[in-house]
Ligand binder design. Structure first.
Ligand SMILES: [Zn+2]
Length: 160
């Protein structure tokens, strides 16, 4: 098994990322770029160049991790909110979705790319097939919700 640690280059934190990259970095695999990452404890931080999926939006330089194995990758966040009457500033429910990868996960399905869904307290990690199936169920749910809206609208108009 190839680990992230075995495929990264570590540069002194005194070097600028650009000069270190041009001098020592191998080519990244298709779908990846070599991204500079801050690795280590405060006072002992080094810059490591790690394979980072092209969909990852994290700034691994700013998001210091204690070890290379702690670096995960995340895509941009999408979300849906469910409002409620009487409080325009309150969202009763929220769901967030983004791509996720943990290159050293014990679960091989998490190492390259998974879809993460969370409500802020419970996290779900989905394979692409699971994400497709869940999305189809959410689409069907949304269509039933639109059906409920039609019935409510007709009832309100009938009562007016
Ligand atoms: Zn990344």
């Amino acid at each position: 098994m190839t680990t992230v640690a075995a495929t990264c280059n570590v540069a002194s934190s005194d070097d600028s990322p650009a000069s270190a990259a041009s001098a020592t970095l191998p080519a990244a695999a298709p779908g990846f770029r070599l991204a500079p990452a801050s690795i280590g404890r405060p006072g002992r931080v080094q810059v490591a160049y790690l394979p980072c999926p092209t969909w990852c939006v994290l700034d691994h330089l700013a998001d210091r991790q204690p070890a290379v194995e702690d670096v995960t990758h995340r895509g941009g966040v999408d979300h849906v909110q469910v409002p409620t009457m009487g409080d325009d500033l309150y969202s009763a429910f929220e769901l967030y979705c983004q791509l996720y990868a943990d290159p050293v996960s014990d679960d091989s399905r998490m190492r390259v790319a998974a879809v993460s869904v969370t409500d802020g307290s419970n996290d779900a990690y989905l394979t692409p097939d699971m994400a497709d199936e869940t999305a189809d169920e959410l689409i069907a749910f949304a269509m039933r919700m639109k059906g409920a809206a039609r019935i409510a609208r007709a009832a309100i108009e009938a009562a007016a």
